[in-house]
Design a protein around this ligand. Sequence first.
Ligand SMILES: CC(C)(COP(=O)(O)OP(=O)(O)OC[C@H]1O[C@@H](n2cnc3c(N)ncnc32)[C@H](O)[C@@H]1OP(=O)(O)O)[C@@H](O)C(=O)NCCC(=O)NCCS
Length: 329
Amino acid sequence: MDVHLREVDADDRDAVERYAAVDNAVRALSPWVHPTTPYRVEMMLRNGWDGEPGRHFLVQAAGEDVGIASVDTTEYDNLDLAWVNAAIHPEHRRRGLGTAAFDSVVEVARGMGRTKLGTDSWDDEPGRSFAAARGWDLKSTAINRRQHLGELEPGRADRLYDEALAHVGEYELERIEGRSPADLLEPLAVATAAINDAPLDDLDIEDEVFTGDRVAAYENAQLASGFRLYRIIARHRGTGEIAGLTVATVDTERPAQGHQHDTSVVRAHRGHRLGLWLKADMMRWLAETEPRLETIDTWNAESNDHMIGVNERLGYRVMARGLEFQRRI
Ligand SMILES: CC(C)(COP(=O)(O)OP(=O)(O)OC[C@H]1O[C@@H](n2cnc3c(N)ncnc32)[C@H](O)[C@@H]1OP(=O)(O)O)[C@@H](O)C(=O)NCCC(=O)NCCS
């Protein structure tokens, strides 16, 4: 099966809409997944996660859109690594198009000088069998949990906040809406790097490198993409050090949808319930500022017992398991 990858440009409205249409046909097979929108696709193409947008493609066969594909890389770290993916429209499966699309994105990644590849899928068929058939090794599993705010008993966030408060002692919380002040960017980069302690299972990935500029680029990318950005930091009173942080965003296009980003507590400050305190306070803050918010999604490695323990106390429940694969070329 011959496929052609047509790279999608953020300014090409027609291609953006067609990409969103195929993506939504694929998402519809996983009913817990929120649909995307042309605006979301355009923002992903313009800004990415932290200012390094990936490359996204329409997979075409005989002039028809049969799938989508992507290659994501960073220049901050892991210079030999690319995350690649392809999804085939449900009406066009089992004709070899997925194989051809994957072969094509792998070649794109190779052309970018990347030899260590990662990909992911839901823990389902076709994901498992396709990856195995194409020579990918399963390296890690991750769980998508979601907090449904409407089903939580009133006062839960306050109760958990108070429980943590009784243990935290030497720390205080600061809320930052939107961009962080310039003098906080370097210390935030240091605290953000604590995310490198999150379990990777067997994934062959180097530590991520965080700088003040990267923190600023992340905040700019999220805001430019139409997300409201909420950050809470925990400070150690004695030293003024940032001991931990949590970040959540709310989609301005669909303000019922929130996303939990990083939560990290710096190693020297672990064991004081800062994780629970930060996230309980985030719930309280969002309850004040985001009255239309209905759900918040989070992802954790399945082996990340500490973070998952906190999330379950906050009322997050499992939506699905994801699989992460790697192969070398
Ligand atoms: C995975 C996906 C890209 C496959 O697309 P496709 O065009 O159907 O794939 P192919 O026809 O090239 O299938 C290649 C092989 O994968 C395996 N496979 C594909 N779908 C399968 C299924 N539903 N059950 C079991 N094995 C499957 C088979 O070994 C198949 O070979 P065969 O048809 O000769 O038996 C498609 O199902 C998809 O878009 N899924 C959602 C996104 C995703 O999971 N991507 C994979 C990341 S690893």
